[in-house]
Ligand binder design. Structure first.
Ligand code: TRP
Length: 454
């Protein structure tokens, strides 16, 4: 049999795929969301449940996504259409691809606004115009409420993303992850080294790993499951699109386990760094979403060498968000190239411009459009809730159901090149029962909560 290849290209090897998928997974979710969620939910218990969900549901669903992607070798929309056809299933399963591309579109529009704030912080800290201000936490409000600057930073970030996407798999995605990811790891280790000197690392460690069952609320469990999807980039086809460029002979199981571990390590190290600084400076762990933008810069402003550390930190966040944002655009861009016959540049523009425009609305929803609300949330928060709480879990659930119940088992076995059937059967049980049931529970509850409390 001749090897089936994607028209977009194939990664140089398994490690390039690992870097690209880890680049997708490691993002604002790890450095911004995870630490503040752990902080708000009392630390240890939340972290433990999160680890459990990553291992028991996240990694198995990721394996399904990569397997589908490599089997189809196309953009998620066309992959799902073809795989449904080859298993004699309804064409409607192609809807997974459509909903995923739409999720990516919506997530990217608000993700870019938040990433833009991180870029602004990096530039301002290094330029010396942030940490010397008298009221550091107030600087965040000042940035976000200024329509012109928040729009400009969002536009800059979108340009960075579309520049890489337009250059294609090899010159764009591969080159950027090969440079950015190693730098990101080195910076993170450097910051961990710094954290060890603050005197707060021990406390940070205890805070994150001490099992405190009294903090284990139903709310913490639900947010841990939702977040395990967001942080692993599951449920929208990003990982499926990257899987389509995976060389045929590589083991998918080992690969997804590596990605899951790397993503988790980054989240934990980011948490240790942030909480070390928080404890060493007597700051608040439960500061919420402003932990990264208000609490940390305050600490940077008070420590010797804070400009360098703060600069490194926000460059790290920028790089992490950049490689994630690329993966949010890839499914839609690849589809345009396949279906409309567009060049990468044209496809990147066709997707990038509308995403940028919706991002404008998100950026302005924090200032001049703050009166416009949907179900009681600003446009930015609404899109975050809609995608994270509903569209991604729904996508993940449908991917699991399709893989476990609809796709011909022989196709799955062949694509995974199964040798260990005991392990395979365990995975099938997770994909057929555990993942759909767990997701349905969490998603149902979140929708209920949202509808009743607003
Ligand atoms: N995982 C990324 C983060 O943690 C965000 C992200 C990138 C994402 N691609 C995705 C989330 C696809 C869901 C689906 O920041």
């Amino acid at each position: 049999m001749t090897e089936k290849k994607s028209i977009h290209g194939v990664w140089l090897g398994r490690w390039t795929f690992i870097l690209a998928a880890t680049g997708s997974a490691v993002g604002l979710g790890n450095i911004w969301k995870f630490p503040y969620m752990a902080g708000e939910n009392g630390g240890g218990a939340f972290v433990l449940v999160y680890l459990l969900f990553i291992a028991a549901i996240g990694i198995p669903v990721m394996l399904a996504e990569v397997m589908l992607g490599r089997r189809g070798r196309k953009s998620p929309i066309n992959t799902m259409k073809e795989l449904a056809k080859s298993s004699d299933a309804s064409k409607l399963w192609g809807g997974i691809g459509w909903m995923g591309a739409l999720s990516g579109f919506l997530i990217l529009s608000f993700y870019s606004v938040i990433a833009g704030w991180a870029v602004a912080y990096a530039v301002k800290i290094i330029g010396g115009s942030l940490l010397d201000q008298p009221d550091i936490p107030a600087q965040f409000g000042a940035l976000v409420s200024d329509p012109v600057s928040t729009v400009l930073w969002h536009s800059l970030f979108m340009l960075m993303v579309m520049f890489v996407v337009a250059r294609g798999i090899h010159k764009g995605l591969e080159t950027s992850v090969n440079i950015l990811m190693p730098v990101l790891f080195v910076m993170l280790l450097g910051l961990l080294g710094y954290a060890a000197t603050t005197g707060g690392l021990g406390q940070a460690f205890t805070f994150m790993f001490k099992f405190n069952p009294e903090a284990l609320t139903a709310e913490a469990i639900r947010s841990a499951l939702g977040h395990s999807f967001f942080t692993l980039s599951l449920g929208m086809g990003a990982i499926m699109a990257y899987g389509a460029y995976m060389p045929q002979n590589e083991s998918l199981g080992k690969t997804v386990v590596t990605i899951g571990i790397l993503d988790t390590l980054v989240a934990i190290v980011a948490g240790l760094v942030i909480f070390s600084i928080v404890f060493a400076n007597g700051l608040e762990t439960a500061a919420g979403p402003s932990l990264m933008f208000k609490t940390l810069p305050l600490a940077f402003s008070q420590m010797p060498g804070g400009v360098v550390l703060g600069g490194v930190f926000f460059i790290l966040v920028t790089f992490a968000a950049w490689t994630s944002a690329i993966s949010l655009a890839e499914p839609a861009v690849a589809w345009m190239v396949e279906t409309a016959g567009f060049s990468r540049v044209k496809a990147a523009l066709a997707i990038g411009i509308p995403v940028w425009a919706l991002g404008l609305v998100c950026a302005l929803s924090q200032n001049i459009l703050s009166d416009v609300t949907i179900l009681g949330s600003s446009v930015l928060d609404f899109l975050d809730k809609l995608t994270t709480n509903i569209m991604l879990p729904l996508g993940g659930m449908l991917i699991a159901i399709f893989t476990g119940w609809v796709m011909r088992r022989s196709h799955v076995v062949k694509e995974l090149n199964v040798k260990n059937f005991a392990l395979f059967n365990m995975w099938i049980i997770v994909i057929r029962f555990v993942a759909p049931a767990g997701i349905a529970y969490v998603m149902g509850y979140l929708i209920y909560e949202w509808a009743t409390k607003g």
